[in-house]
Design a protein around this ligand. Sequence first.
Ligand code: FAS
Ligand code: PHB
Length: 389
Amino acid sequence: MRTQVGIIGAGPAGLFLAHILHRAGIESVILEDRSRAYVEDRVRAGVLEAGTVDVMEQLGLDGRLKRESIADMALDIRFSSQRIHLDFPALGGGRHVTIYGQQEVVKDLIAARLKDNGKIVFEAEALAIDTKNPSIRYRHEGKEETLECDFVAGCDGFHGISRPTIPKNVLTEYDRIYSFAWLGVLSHSAPLPEMTYSNNERGFALCSRRSMKVSRHYLQVPVDEDPDDWSDARFWDELHLRLDDGSKHEIVEGEIFQKNVAPLRAFVAAPMQHGRLFLAGDASHIVPPTGAKGLNLAVADVRVLSRAMIEFYRTGDTKRLERYSDVCLRRVWKTVRFSAYMTSLLHRFPEHSPFDRKIQLAELEYLHNSKAAQTTIVENYIGLPFEDD
Ligand code: FAS
Ligand code: PHB
């Protein structure tokens, strides 16, 4: 099989890239290891930056999003029985974020791609990449095949084969593994009115939502926590305590229908390209979810990559392709910085000294009283402007 751009992975990075290229008349094939059902059912991110919503709108893929998403106009931070309210439009130049589950984005993009007769080969495991004479060897229905292409887009996430294809003496990896994880649940229960983060003596908690009837809540837990050790009752009791809702009048409980534990890490691999292979999304970087950035950063990467590929096919000019990694990494590191900052601000670190704890509480007090500090949080949370150089 031959195409212009071979894409490994039908997550947000691969799917957005295929759509943007298609709109520019550039052909691609996505090879996805898992089944369509598996990919569409994976519960992950939930917060879309304004820029991500703009991309979906420009691609004409925002129909269901417009009908079913929730405009999130603020976030609350609780600590030491105090509350900080961050108004996005007031502090963020009129912009806000949108709540729309990653699995809904993936469903919309897959459906639209297939409707356009776009090629997505599910249950096709990419095995090896040739970065010079670009091609991808893969296994599908028990047979090994080869996809020949002009470029390979490694959109295969943290555990994919793309990043390891870049020679070790070329690649530099930066890594921070946190000493805790997030226990995330979905529940049939009315959410809090605002996205609410809490730094509590007992640990971090976050109250988000997927609709006005489905809540998405998280608790900081030890890295090796087993979600099966958390009954619904235990989860709700802990969430009330960490949100200073001991009277149980604020948080609405309900049936928990999804539970998982995700470890936290910050990771960046550079460069994000080698020969005709270009990495995008989690294949190249992981951000702790405290800043709600993972999916959005994947979209930012493919905005840059698609623009470079489109220029190449239109003019033969390779300057944007050569600059891809440098342009992306500027945003990647600013996003990792913000996500690491929000993680350090809001979690209880087992390794913290009493001094460290005092500094953390002083940072929260400062944020409580400083419009400048609040503006900094908001401009990063709703999404930094895209660099269009
Ligand atoms: P993805 O991992 O989404 O997609 C990669 C795709 O490549 C997968 O479908 C995989 O099956 C496929 N693949 C891998 N190897 C392959 C091979 N050899 N051949 C073919 N296909 C292959 N972000 C947030 O903003 N907020 C959150 O709350 C949040 N929670 C998360 C929870 C978990 C458990 C995880 C793992 C991530 C979470 N993230 C969150 C981050 C997440 O949303 C990612 O940033 C986002 O999925 C990145 O998209 P992609 O780069 O497309 O990678
Ligand atoms: C979510 O709704 O899944 C969510 C919200 C905020 C975060 C992370 C995840 O920081």
